[in-house]
Design a protein around this ligand. Structure first.
Ligand SMILES: [Zn+2]
Ligand SMILES: [Zn+2]
Length: 550
């Protein structure tokens, strides 16, 4: 009898447990492909990353099975060379090579940058400025992740932030939820992925709106697909697979497709769309959103696309609704709910705007089992007054020149690296020639010139100098203590340039947040190592007019 009851109970529990899965189905949509939009996935890792084993063929096959137009590959590195060079068309799928940069304060993805003989800055603002200069775009990855959150918001000018990141969602699940998701996955992968995604962090959306109060920043749905999930350092499972996750979050990017595009042109078009904010995000597992693309702001018969700014204060937002399903359409103004509509089979919706502000929309499926996850998230229209801010002139600093002579600097080299220092008296200049070579049993290498301090530099705000390099390269400026050190990188190009490094910007080398004490500095050095350059690189650095300023 007891056995019988146990059997019935288990069976009932199993039925209750799995019933929702059978209730899940995609909604019916127009599915009319509008030719000037490309549908793809963003933030994908392959075997070029230390924490993924996915082969490129696997990724392409998964993209083809999901009818994607593109995949943005973002392997770890600053940059990841192999991933950066991966742009190629495979049938109908364009693979776009990019990277996920490990920065001092978290992870940031970058797309469409150049490759150099040095790595990008680990300091966020410097990297963003350099990337901008090269026409690249960058998104702050998993901003409030439980393991690797983004810690520095005193930055400006980046492209946008991730709104939902699947890997981050899995991390936010408790152990029981992870186990349930894993069981669900083997019965219905789509259901399992939505079950995980409902753990997305709403703070990402709040931060996004907040950022848009002071600039233009775009929101993007990210997969962070690894082809596996690391439960601990040594234990990982092949879940979720590329095939399944590629059908989860898609981005729809506007491109100009008036002619046949080469792979490079197509990549440029997609980058251009992302850079302009002319894209929207879709939970593809709820339903395909083709047919929604005719979403814009109209003013005097003129179409204004997502991401655009206008100085006028009025217009009309136009929606084409691609499904008969009941939807809830939320329009936000400056991050606050502005209007909410419930649709019931209407084909279009027009919403009047009479005030300036940042307007964006979220669309929910009323009957969905996961009602809280927005099916479609658009990027904003900006109805902003003309920018009248003027640049404030910087005050001149008082400086102290550091002595110029042969004995001021000493040199050091790790393992097989070479370094030679020369003091050119007539030009009052240091010349540092070096070649980098990695040590036999490790990837480490580095060279430096250093000076031992015998003075208290606490009354100074920073250091400045003029520099040039035979070829453009990144270097470290480092202040060293008895225990540990503080650093900041700088770029030196073929032309003479003045570099100014405020001490307030220095970062603790180990990543800990210890306070910088300028009274106890023992050594300062200028160095280059494997963290910012590559094995085999040779160069000459020139340095003059070394000063402390206050
Ligand atoms: Zn990451
Ligand atoms: Zn990632």
């Amino acid at each position: 009898m007891k056995k019988y009851i146990l059997f019935i109970t288990t069976l009932t529990l199993l039925v209750i447990f799995f019933i929702p899965i059978f209730k899940y189905k995609k909604i019916k949509t127009a599915s009319q492909k509008v030719s000037n939009y490309k549908r793809g996935v963003y933030h994908v890792h392959s075997l070029y990353s230390h924490d993924s084993v996915g082969k490129i063929e696997e990724i392409i096959a998964a993209a083809k099975n999901n009818n994607l137009d593109f995949v943005i590959l973002t392997d770890h590195g600053r940059p990841n060379i192999k991933s950066s060079l991966a742009t190629k068309r495979y049938g109908n799928v364009l693979l776009i090579g990019a990277s996920e940069f490990t920065m001092d304060c978290g992870h940031m993805t970058a797309i469409n940058y150049k490759l150099h003989s040095y790595r990008f800055a680990p300091e966020p603002q410097e990297a963003i400025d350099e990337l901008k200069e090269e026409g690249a775009i960058e998104f702050i990855a998993h901003p409030f992740d439980t393991k690797i959150p983004w810690k520095n918001w005193n930055i400006r000018g980046f492209t946008g932030i991730e709104l939902i990141n699947t890997y981050s969602c899995i991390r936010r699940c408790n152990p029981l939820e992870k186990l349930i998701a894993f069981f669900y996955y083997h019965v219905n992968p789509s259901y399992s992925l939505l079950y995980i995604s409902k753990r997305f962090n709403k703070r990402n959306f709040l931060k996004w709106d907040n950022l848009n109060n002071d600039g233009k920043y775009y929101g993007i749905y990210a997969l962070d697909a690894h082809g596996n999930f690391h439960f601990s350092k040594k234990f990982s499972l092949n879940f979720p697979k590329y095939e399944d996750i590629f059908g989860c979050f898609n981005i729809y990017v506007k491109v100009d497709q008036s002619k046949d595009l080469s792979p490079l042109e197509e990549k440029n078009e997609i980058v251009k769309g992302l850079k302009k904010g002319n894209f929207f995000n879709v939970v593809e597992l709820f339903g395909n959103a083709e047919g929604f693309e005719t979403y814009f702001l109209t003013r005097n018969g003129k179409k204004i696309e997502m991401g655009k700014s206008i100085t006028e204060r009025d217009g009309e937002i136009f929606f084409k609704i691609p499904t008969k399903e009941k939807l809830k359409i939320k329009i936000f103004r400056n991050g606050k709910p502005f209007k909410i509509f419930n649709t019931n089979g209407e084909k279009t919706l027009k919403v009047k705007i009479t005030e300036r502000g940042v307007y964006r929309s979220e669309i929910f499926i009323e009957k969905s089992l996961f009602k809280d996850i927005p099916w479609i998230v658009t990027n904003p229209f900006y109805l902003m007054p003309p920018d009248k801010r003027e640049k404030v002139k910087e005050k001149e600093d008082i400086t102290l020149s550091l002595p110029f002579d042969e004995k001021f600097f000493s040199t050091r080299n790790d393992g097989p690296c070479h370094i030679k220092l020369r003091c050119i008296d007539k030009d009052k200049m240091y010349e540092v020639s070096f070649s980098l070579k990695k040590c036999k049993n490790s990837n480490l290498f580095g060279v430096a010139i250093y000076h031992k301090f015998k003075m208290d530099i606490s009354r100074f705000k920073g250091v400045e100098f003029e520099t040039r390099s035979s070829k453009k390269m990144r270097y470290f400026f480092v202040l060293r203590y008895k225990k540990g050190c503080y650093r900041h990188t700088f770029l030196s190009s073929e032309k003479w340039e003045r570099i100014k490094i405020p001490f307030s910007k220095l970062v603790e080398c180990s990543g800990k947040n210890k306070k910088l004490s300028l009274k106890r500095v023992k050594i300062f050095l200028i160095s280059v190592n494997n963290y910012i350059s590559y094995d085999g690189v040779k160069n000459t650095l020139y340095l003059k007019n070394l000063k402390l300023y206050r």
